[in-house]
Design a protein around this ligand. Structure first.
Ligand code: GDP
Length: 446
């Protein structure tokens, strides 16, 4: 799911990569492309409008860290706005103060409720609870049996009316199941209710009656993410008819556009609490808006890099170094080289950091050959130089190099190699700086 959206957004980000700064026209064009990408993915129109308005005002207001280049700035804003429409913070499941906690599942037939009951049961067990699944779907032939099968697979007990008793009263079954749970010390009861192919008043009434009978701690609305904008309409009908606390998205493994699922939290104003992405009982987890956003962007690594860059780099210092690199005032000297290396080192192992940067693929070998201890040696050498030598390494003649080698406990060969690498790195960084349109990673030794 979300593949088309991902592809389109990557295209947008790629177009920004060569720019050193964004004009208002750039921002407009970018916003237009992102708008199209979201609409094409079937995101709700109102949600798209708000998304784009926020994106524009934030990009224009440069409401982002100065250490980021334009492409990174837009990625960061898009990521944060995605997190916001997905509900912001994760909303964990609430448990009743006095057990049992009652979780009622509601939704259309085929949305994945019964499967979900098993998944939730297994998940709860994994969290140290002792759940009981309740078959209150007495409408669909075989629903009780299906829940029993799922329960068995999950290793979770199922409470069901005796077979052969004909069509029972689901409200009665649900009510009795709570008493059963109390007497057998189950601490969480998951009530599977009947669904229909469409919304109808009888179904709503039954669900509302069950709700009134068992007074659930949480009512979860289960919705198939593949049904498009209908997901939003159905959610709103269920909210009016039955009311619910949170949403469970199922079938996120499907290959549909998925935008409707993205809109649901924002349109309905209810949190997405869980997500299912497969038929297996383990294909299920609590929903985290931030993780989902970075999954949609497909740029988890780049986002991590951005975060670390923000934490580590002092924006002013970076801007100054970038200015030098990009041919502005002053020359990029060994002092800057050392400073940037130290900043990069604070960000984590070099190879990992550089490996995360887009477009760095071809440098893989070089990256893998960087030895962290070597940086200590480089640091010692640079620290043995005079300020004049650091500012202008071209003055480093033979006798200066010998003195520096002695002072740093290295050899002249080491000093030569550092100086050569510095000039190489400076050259490479100048071209990279131009290409990425910003302060790339100027500290990288060549
Ligand atoms: P119910 O009518 O709401 O109880 O829905 P079911 O639990 O019977 O699910 C309907 C169908 O969807 C079944 O074939 C499930 O195996 C399938 N299903 C449920 N959840 C998922 C999911 O996350 N991914 C996929 N691919 N299929 C799912």
């Amino acid at each position: 799911m979300f593949d088309t959206l991902q592809d389109r957004l990557h295209e947008v980000f790629k177009n920004l990569r060569g720019k050193s700064r964004l004009t208002e026209a750039d921002i407009d064009a970018t916003a237009r492309e992102i708008r199209l990408a979201l609409l094409e993915a079937d995101v709700n129109l109102g949600v798209v409008k708000e998304f784009i308005a926020n994106l524009k005002s934030r990009a224009l207001g440069a409401d982002v860290h100065k250490a980021l280049n334009p492409s990174q700035q837009i990625i960061k804003i898009v990521d944060e706005e995605l997190v916001a429409i997905l509900g912001g913070e994760a909303r964990p499941l609430r448990f009743a103060k006095r057990p049992p906690t009652v979780i009622m599942l509601a939704g259309l037939q085929g949305s994945g409720k019964t499967t979900l009951a098993g998944k939730l049961g297994l998940w709860l067990k994994g969290q140290g609870h002792s759940p009981l699944l309740v078959a209150a779907d007495l409408q669909r032939p075989n629903a009780v049996n299906q829940l029993q099968v799922v329960g068995e697979r999950a290793g979770v007990h199922v409470y069901a009316p005796e077979p052969g008793n004909g069509v029972g009263d689901p409200v009665q079954v649900a009510r009795q199941s709570i008493l059963h749970a109390m007497s057998k010390l189950y601490d969480v009861v998951v009530v599977d209710t009947a669904g229909r192919l469409g919304i109808d008043s009888e179904l709503m009434q039954q669900a509302a009656d069950i709700r009134a009978a068992v007074n659930p701690t949480e009512v979860l609305f289960v919705v198939d993410a593949m049904i498009g904008q209908d997901a939003v309409n159905t959610a709103s009908a269920f909210d009016d008819g039955v009311g619910f606390d949170g949403v469970v998205l199922t079938k996120l493994d499907g290959d549909a556009r998925g935008g409707a699922a993205l809109s649901i939290a924002k349109v309905i104003g209810k949190p997405i609490m869980f997500a299912s992405n497969g038929e297996g009982l383990k294909d299920f987890d609590a929903f985290h808006p931030d993780r989902m956003a970075s999954r949609i962007l497909g740029m988890g690594d780049v986002l991590t890099l951005i975060e670390q860059a923000e934490k580590t780099f002092d924006a002013e210092q970076t801007a100054k170094a970038a200015e030098k690199l990009l041919g502005g005032r002053g020359e990029f000297g060994l002092d800057d080289f050392l400073q940037q290396m130290q900043a990069v080192r604070r960000m984590g192992p070099l190879s990992k950091i550089l490996g995360m940067m887009p477009g760095m693929g071809q440098m893989k070998d070089q990256i893998n050959n960087i030895d962290e201890r070597e940086i200590d040696r480089l640091e010692a050498i640079i620290k043995s130089m005079t300020p004049a030598e650091r500012a202008n390494p071209k003055i480093l003649d033979g006798s200066r190099r010998t003195r520096i080698a002695k002072g740093s406990g290295t050899t002249v060969t080491d000093v030569n190699s550092l100086v050569n690498r510095f000039f190489d790195a400076r050259k490479m960084m100048q071209s990279l700086g131009g290409q990425m349109g910003g302060p790339g990673m100027p500290g990288m030794p060549g």
